[in-house]
Design a protein around this ligand. Structure first.
Ligand code: ZN
Length: 170
């Protein structure tokens, strides 16, 4: 069983590799996605997780079911393979952030208010999803992970806070 890496692990600083199209439905990728879901679901505050956070330097992130509930949007895709941001608003907002790999720090990060992401699902089908607010923040935080970036690299007002159900972890 894999586990969630913490911030000193060098895998978190690598540029993750794209998943080859013929590998998307492979057993290996399926098992990585299943472990990502399992590990994120085990953290009661998790909203998303990226593959490098469980030690796999490949371009995948997963959004948890919790986000569908929080945003009351049951149609939010959960698996994003080789995601790219195709559009981002110039308008930015400082948003409160935490990270499953940076326990227990929180800080404010400036994020584009709206983004559009293009990605493949676990069946290899390409899709496009626009997002604002929390979901836009998640997309940007997770794609940063795929590029070796942690939120504390750009955060202001960083504080060490004990576990709290009000916070969202990515
Ligand atoms: Zn994170």
């Amino acid at each position: 069983m894999r586990s969630i890496l913490q911030r000193d692990n060098p895998i978190l600083r690598q540029i993750a590799d794209p998943v080859m199209p013929d590998q998307i439905s492979s057993k290996e990728i399926k098992s990585i996605i299943a472990d990502m879901k399992k590990l994120a679901d085990a953290e009661e505050d998790a909203v998303a997780i990226a593959a490098p956070q469980i030690g796999e330097s490949i371009r995948i992130f997963v959004v948890t079911e919790r986000v569908r509930e929080i945003l009351k949007s049951p149609d939010i895709p959960l698996v994003y393979i080789n995601p790219i941001i195709t559009k981002a608003s110039k308008d930015k907002k400082a948003m409160e952030e935490g990270c499953l790999s940076v326990r227990w720090l929180y800080g404010k990060v400036k994020r584009a208010s709206r983004v559009t992401v293009e990605a493949f699902d676990e069946n290899g089908n390409k899709f496009t999803r626009g997002a604002s607010g929390l979901l836009a923040q998640i997309f940007q935080h997770e794609i940063d992970h795929l590029n070796g970036v942690l939120f504390i690299d750009n955060a202001k007002d960083v504080r060490d806070l004990p576990p709290n159900k009000e916070q969202h972890e990515q």
